[in-house]
Ligand binder design. Structure first.
Ligand code: 5AD
Length: 283
């Protein structure tokens, strides 16, 4: 982005500095892009211009610019708790204008192959359920469990009929449009829209995966997206999950950790496209 456009943005996209921000009284609100592992963050961090590193608790943030616009790459570490905690922390600390959570995932759709990318039209929690009553010795069957939406109300979810559904968080339309706009540039596989399911479980039971796919429409599963999306929604911050299949148990797709780099390369294009829309809006 040109310097002049950056100045226009400066006047239009400024926001009050968060309570604990260090220096400037006003600053552009950065795009925050999250990944759980080094293999899901380091390529993007290396593409930031003028990057500096912040360490907060066990988490690392690289702050820099892409096309002159501030972007923060956040290594969330793995799992739902890390994703939630670090998203809340980043919102308070950096006041992002939008959040992209990206990285690897396991396929739930049999026609999707390793290296295909899913743009999260929505993210669902695959970690909150109520089991039916079973007596001692009666065993356990997760296919009998009903979903629980822990965000449905402030009362007890177990007795609230409105909470007997999956918690679902919608992807932001402008972020999705930016991603769709660059999808033909991705040469490693297809880029499709779909539902991302998240929990701290790596599911390898094909009947359970098929149930999630048919009941909630999941295209892939991971361990972060729905959690970060939930926190982003409470702050009203536009959010999109972007996940590359690193494995697919439904069609024998073997795990390939190099997919994390392919995803970052695609997300880099998405960020450039999204930042360009922010500049156009401000001009
Ligand atoms: N199930 C769950 N998480 C997966 N991940 C990749 N594939 C899967 C899968 N099949 C991602 C998670 C987590 C790490 C284990 O890799 O998001 O960060």
């Amino acid at each position: 982005m040109e310097r002049a456009a950056a100045l226009v943005l400066m006047t239009l996209l400024v926001a009050p500095a968060p309570a604990r921000a260090q220096s400037p009284a006003v600053s552009l609100r950065p795009v925050l892009v999250q990944g759980a592992m080094p293999s899901e963050t380091e390529l993007l961090a290396g593409r930031l211009d003028g990057a500096s590193v912040d360490r907060i608790g066990g988490w690392m943030f690289w702050r820099g610019t892409i096309d002159g616009y501030p972007v923060i790459v956040s290594k969330t570490l793995k799992g739902m708790s890390n994703a939630a905690a670090v998203t809340a922390l980043a919102v308070q600390r950096y006041n992002p204008i939008a959040i992209i959570n990206q990285g690897t995932a396991g396929g739930h759709t049999p026609t999707l192959r390793v290296y295909d990318i899913v743009l999260g039209t929505s993210a669902v929690s695959l970690g909150a359920f109520k089991s039916p009553r079973r007596d001692v010795g009666a065993g356990s069957n997760t296919l009998d469990w009903t979903p629980l939406d822990l965000t449905a109300s402030e009362g007890s979810a177990s007795s609230d009929p409105n909470a007997r559904r999956v918690a679902r968080f919608q992807g932001d339309r402008a972020l999705l449009a930016a991603a769709l706009g660059v999808k033909t540039a991705y040469a490693r596989g297809q880029v499709v829209e779909g539902v991302i399911g998240s929990s701290d479980v790596w599911n390898d039971e094909l009947d359970r995966i098929a149930r999630f796919h048919s009941q909630f429409g999941t295209a892939v599963e991971d361990m972060e997206t729905a959690s970060a999306a939930q926190v982003a929604s409470l702050f009203n911050i536009p959010f999109l999950g972007i996940r590359v299949l690193s494995n697919n148990a439904t069609n024998g797709g073997a795990h390939d950790p190099k997919t994390g780099e392919a995803c970052q390369d695609f997300v880099h294009r998405v960020i450039k496209a999204y930042v360009a829309t922010l500049v156009r809006k401000a001009a």
